[in-house]
Ligand binder design. Sequence first.
Ligand SMILES: [Cu+2]
Length: 283
Amino acid sequence: MTDPDRPTRNDRSIDTRFDRRRALRVLGAGVGATAFSGLGGATSMAPAKTDGTPRTEENASGDEIHPVFGFSALGPDVKPPEEPDHEVQALIAEREEAPIPEFFFEPTGLSIEPGDTVKFDMVTPHHNVVAYHPGFGFVQRVPDGVGPFSGPLLPAGGYWLYTFDHEGVYEINCAPHEYFGMAMRIVVGDIEGPAAEPLPDICAQSSEESGDEENGGENGGDGESEGPELRTPEFTAYTVLTDPAIDPERIVDHGSVSWEAIDEDSKRLFLQPNGFPPCGEES
Ligand SMILES: [Cu+2]
């Protein structure tokens, strides 16, 4: 069932605004609503107010936006150490054709300036933000000089702040939902750094591997084969991050790109990768 209004991979003139009603429906019907009821009455998708509750050891991670840990708040009213310049929502939306919902960042592509602070609003429960960084076993998809950074898993109503100081392209994911497609791209200033280049074509790679050359674990870097094997974004995170809708230049052109702009085909689930589960394989 294909929505005739849905943009195709090549449609560059699509409306990038996210359909909030769909996520609201999910929130209203499910866990989101109950989670919110315990969090100071934040019941809408409106940006959470963060000018009320003072920061304490119980509800926040400290007094600064740390370059590795960011700043974490357990509720929407916790006063941030500084006002954010941009906001990204961590969302869950039902799928018609599968029991596992969509997990995604909204927007999924965002253009900001060096030094800008982004607020990640946990509109739905239990997400975090993790850099695609070799320190976490990934190929480097952040600008050179950026260390590994991540936030903790946060409940609905919580938020996480991070200041993006280095110019270049960042790719990030939510650790528990990466395989389901919860990844995004942030262009900080100019399009530069390793993630300015597209992710390696894993299909071309695997056909090379099945050819003649022996392969010691090509990892998508630039021919470097030393050190630990690093992995690229996998499963739906890979198809989302290679969707043309969030091409870095397009992100810069649009300022932000909605999850709605990502092709349906790029959001498909990969529930049973080849070789798993490893149960009694014979022929
Ligand atoms: Cu998540």
